[in-house]
Design a protein around this ligand. Structure first.
Ligand SMILES: [Zn+2]
Ligand SMILES: [Zn+2]
Length: 65
């Protein structure tokens, strides 16, 4: 019988869209290097620079609050 291989799911790291620095996961992700708050795209969940209105990953419209 084959053992079920438990694959470690790679920890998803968030990187700053400006400087590529890794961002600590928090309720409001924040890049300490750039001093910017990072948004998540509501569609693809990728980090998007705050001043962007369109997600560079999937093209979804970002609605600022
Ligand atoms: Zn940064
Ligand atoms: Zn997106």
């Amino acid at each position: 019988m084959a053992k079920p291989t438990v694959k470690k799911t790679a920890k998803k790291e968030i990187h700053c869209p400006y400087c590529d620095e890794e961002i600590m996961k928090a309720e409001f992700p924040y890049c300490q290097s750039c001093g910017v708050t990072i948004f998540y795209c509501p569609k693809c969940r990728q980090p998007v620079a705050r001043d962007k209105r369109i997600c560079p990953h999937c093209g979804a419209e970002i609605k600022g609050e």
